[in-house]
Design a protein around this ligand. Structure first.
Ligand SMILES: Nc1ncnc2c1ncn2[C@@H]1O[C@H](COP(=O)(O)OP(=O)(O)O)[C@@H](O)[C@H]1O
Ligand SMILES: [Mg+2]
Length: 375
């Protein structure tokens, strides 16, 4: 009979790697139509034409990065005439950094010196690509990191108009955005060249979550470690958080909790224990892209716990001098990012009597959103 107790050198994990966020799942279900749309956009490039640009929109953890990485690996397996470059804009957030990354991909090595001018970098990329009749497809992942200083305009403008200076150069862009309430307005000169197909990535349904997490658990753990009930519990918690990464993190941490108890199976308590940490996966990533005034308003909501939008606006206005439009915009954005809840309540009143609540333990938010130091 199988022992219930795990020996110190035993593990319940069959493959830990599949429980990491950056694991590329072999089976990518429930995103067929999005993959089709992206393929449609890239298709002209295989005949040497200019790809259709795309804009992938959807909350965090809905498979946007995975879709593009999958697409790019299919492209690379299929043809060397199309050169896909995946840019993580959180890491490469200037035009120069992005073009250095493209350069390395196209030329197969970094530029000879780091002091090389932008013009030279662009010229080498464009001339190499057009000489070899290859077409560039650049994914700008988490493109909101290029919004400050309007860097995104410069990047798009350069990529999509370079053919005017370098005839024969072809490039397409796939922009990826997790902010549901996009408030960025492109420069008109960019707007005329960046006419993107919108590809939307909605939240996964509970059935889809169950399917994806069940498969992940099957690959990650030995048989018998995770029961159907546990998958159910993990899926419910994941749906509530609205981010698939919570579920993947939850499986991993619950597994670690079980091992801590030297158990061969994951229990409800292991999941609940793990959830204390895993649910913050979403908080952490939701906070990352917020701007200063957005963080300030979030802090105010957390401090007041429950407040009327009108009272909140007075405090916000006093602190920033911003008007109601901006206030309203941020409120919607924080709501869409699932950081706060805004209910309409109070008969006959709208807008300012909205009740605003923080969705997390206020302390957890306040710990992570520090006020700016007064210098
Ligand atoms: N349809 C899916 N099937 C399997 N795993 C998925 C699916 N969608 C997302 N994932 C997994 O969920 C996590 C988050 O996906 P990701 O593509 O990074 O989301 P996004 O870029 O939209 O924030 C990743 O670990 C990814 O492997
Ligand atoms: Mg992503």
């Amino acid at each position: 009979m199988k022992r219930e107790i795990l020996l110190w050198d035993e593990t319940i994990f069959k493959d830990r790697e599949v429980l990491e966020f950056d694991h590329l799942p072999e089976h990518f279900a429930h995103r067929e139509s999005q993959m089709e749309s992206l393929k449609f956009c890239v298709r002209p490039a295989f005949q040497g034409g200019r790809p259709v640009s795309a804009l992938c929109l959807g909350p965090p953890g809905t498979g946007k990065t995975t879709a593009v990485v999958k697409l790019f690996s299919e492209i690379e397996a299929h043809s060397s005439k199309v050169v896909p470059v995946h840019v993580n804009c959180q890491m490469d957030h200037t035009r120069h950094a992005i073009f250095l990354r493209i350069y390395s991909k196209v030329l197969g090595h970094s530029p000879p010196s780091s002091g090389v001018s932008f013009k030279r970098v662009l010229e080498r990329i464009a001339r190499t690509m057009s000489k070899e009749k290859r077409v560039l497809v650049v994914a700008l992942d988490d493109v909101n990191y290029l919004f400050p200083e309007k860097e995104v305009d410069r990047v798009l403008y350069t990529l999509l108009r370079a053919h005017e200076t370098f005839p024969g150069f072809r490039a397409g862009v796939i922009a990826i955005l997790s902010e549901p309430a996009l408030s960025y307005v492109f420069d008109p000169r960019v707007g005329s060249v960046f006419q993107a197909e919108e590809v939307s990535f909605p939240l996964y349904s509970i059935e889809e979550i169950r399917d994806i997490l069940g498969r992940r658990a099957m690959l990650g753990f030995y048989p018998g470690v995770v029961s159907e009930d546990i998958i159910e519990r993990v899926s419910d918690l994941t749906e509530r958080a609205g981010d698939l990464r919570v579920g993947i993190d939850l499986l991993k941490r619950a597994g670690m909790e079980a091992e801590r108890r030297a158990s061969r199976t994951i229990s409800d308590e292991d999941v609940d224990q793990a959830y204390e940490r895993s649910r913050l996966v979403h908080l952490q990533s939701a906070l990352k892209p917020l701007r200063e005034d957005e963080l300030l308003l979030l802090r105010m909501v957390a401090e007041m716990e429950t407040s009327k939008a009108g009272d909140l606006y007075e405090r916000f206005q006093a602190a920033t001098g911003s008007g109601y439009t901006r206030f309203h915009e941020i409120l919607n954005k924080l709501d869409a990012a699932r950081l706060i809840d805004t209910d309409f309540s109070g008969p006959g009143h709208r807008g300012r009597s909205r009740v605003v609540r923080i969705r997390y333990d206020p302390k957890e938010v306040l710990d992570r959103v520090k006020p700016k130091e007064n210098i």
